[in-house]
Design a protein around this ligand. Structure first.
Ligand code: 7TS
Length: 409
């Protein structure tokens, strides 16, 4: 994209127009959460000012409007990931809840002795729910190791697959290192042994085109707040047949067909998994966030961010005494992790010095302690991108890192 296009896009994000610690904000913590464009902010306000009412229950006009808008948003998500049916799209409160839902509701489909495979690259939210499922049901949790480039070791993955493998749960892009996993191949191999595959797309959906049918994913999860939408909104995509066979996650209003004190029957998809009043405004504005992405074009976003990633890698590589993790991984996207090679400092020392210059990054273990341990570290400085990231942002980052080097040496 041309600089003038990026300048226009930046003008749509009020939060970017401010000084932090007396410097223009450089926001490089998009993997944690992205900023929101005016169209999303306005839609959220407009919902509360003109529509606010509960969905799926009111005979009155406002309730019907809210319902139509929320269901239109569901259809936008369906189209965004190319799901076959709109009711295969479940609104949750985030990737974490989407994965917990599957790890809980899938119980009827598994038996003691079955095996679950995750990878060293996972966010804690794609490890811990499976650990607890394994403990509840007497399953074995296996882990795909990574090599020194931060890439999954393919031969080891193949060796872990057995006819007892029931679930394979991996991310498409690692939040800690930015490594892109070969999820299409992973899914194909898992299906050969009859396993179900959950893809954690929290770091992929904001950055690249997703087609759940082409991937063949059984489940696909992501968070609205990382893709220009609101916090408290997530998506679980699941294949109809599997969602139908799973038990409900939570129980209450919305998810029932008929309740008596003796017996309750459940509603069909997607309501079976949407107990209680949802985040109506948040779900509606996810539709607006998707419109925003479509207006720019997801391929344009991906290409721009790849250019930024290449530039950042090159500029960081020119600095001495600095380690970039997964630098030689074949495919990376969205984020880059590094540390200064200075004894007795923590990544947060660097983050603190950058913040004083108005540069926002994330430091620490990024909720991915196993991969940190694999590299013998407690954390990294992580820089992560969005459509509004500029080459000037990266120049400011590099100057900031140089300053941190001087101050900490
Ligand atoms: N999976 C991955 C790959 C993630 O990056 C995150 C959040 C989650 C799951 C959980 O998403 P949530 O929306 O339910 O919280 N990752 C990060 C991060 O890297 N920094 O802050 C949150």
């Amino acid at each position: 994209m041309k600089p003038k296009d990026i300048a226009y896009i930046r003008s749509l994000f009020p939060v970017l127009q401010q000084n932090i610690n007396k410097n223009p904000l450089v926001y490089l913590d998009n993997a944690a959460t992205s900023q929101k464009p005016l169209s999303v902010l306005d839609a959220e306000k407009n919902y509360y000012q003109t529509i606010n009412s509960n969905v799926h229950r009111g005979i009155h006009t406002l309730s019907q409007r809210a319902t139509v808008e929320m269901e239109e948003a569901r259809q936008k998500v369906q189209a965004f990931i190319n799901a076959k049916k709109d009711y295969e799209v479940i609104f949750t409160k985030g990737t974490t809840e989407s994965i917990n839902l599957v790890a809980s509701s899938i119980e009827p489909l598994i038996e003691a002795g079955d095996e679950i495979i995750v990878s060293y690259l996972e966010h804690h939210s794609n490890i811990v729910p499976w650990q607890f499922l394994a403990a509840r049901k007497g399953l074995t949790l296996k882990v795909i190791p990574v090599d020194d480039n931060g890439e999954l070791i393919w031969e080891d993955y193949l060796k872990l697959l057995t006819d007892r493998t029931k679930i394979v749960a991996v991310n498409q892009i690692s939040n800690a290192l930015g490594v892109v996993n070969p999820v299409e191949k992973i899914i194909k191999e898992a299906h050969k042994v009859g396993a179900y595959v959950l893809i954690d797309g929290a770091q992929a959906a904001p950055h690249k085109y997703i087609d759940v049918q082409a991937l063949g994913a059984d489940f696909y999860t992501f968070s609205a707040h990382k893709m220009y939408g609101a916090t408290g909104v997530g998506i679980l995509y699941g294949k109809e047949k599997l969602l139908d066979a799973m038990k409900p996650y939570q129980f209450g209003g919305e998810m029932i067909k008929e309740v008596t004190f003796e017996r309750t029957t459940y509603a069909g998809l997607p309501f079976k998994f949407e107990a209680g009043t949802p985040n109506i405004a948040g779900n509606i504005v996810l539709g607006k966030a998707i419109d925003f992405i479509h207006d720019i074009g997801i391929e344009n976003i991906e290409n721009h961010e790849n250019e930024i990633l290449k530039y950042t890698t090159q500029k960081l590589s020119e600095l001495e005494n600095l380690t970039i993790y997964a630098k030689n991984a074949k495919y990376r996207a969205g984020a880059i992790s590094f540390n200064l090679n200075i004894p007795n400092i923590h990544s947060s020392d660097v983050g603190f010095i950058l913040d004083k210059q108005g540069i926002a990054v994330r430091t620490g273990h990024h909720c991915a302690q196993p991969i940190m341990k694999r590299f013998g570290i407690t954390g990294t400085v992580r820089v992560s991108f969005a459509v509004y990231t500029t080459f000037e942002d990266i120049d400011r980052l590099i100057e900031g890192v140089k300053k941190a080097q001087q101050m900490l040496n």
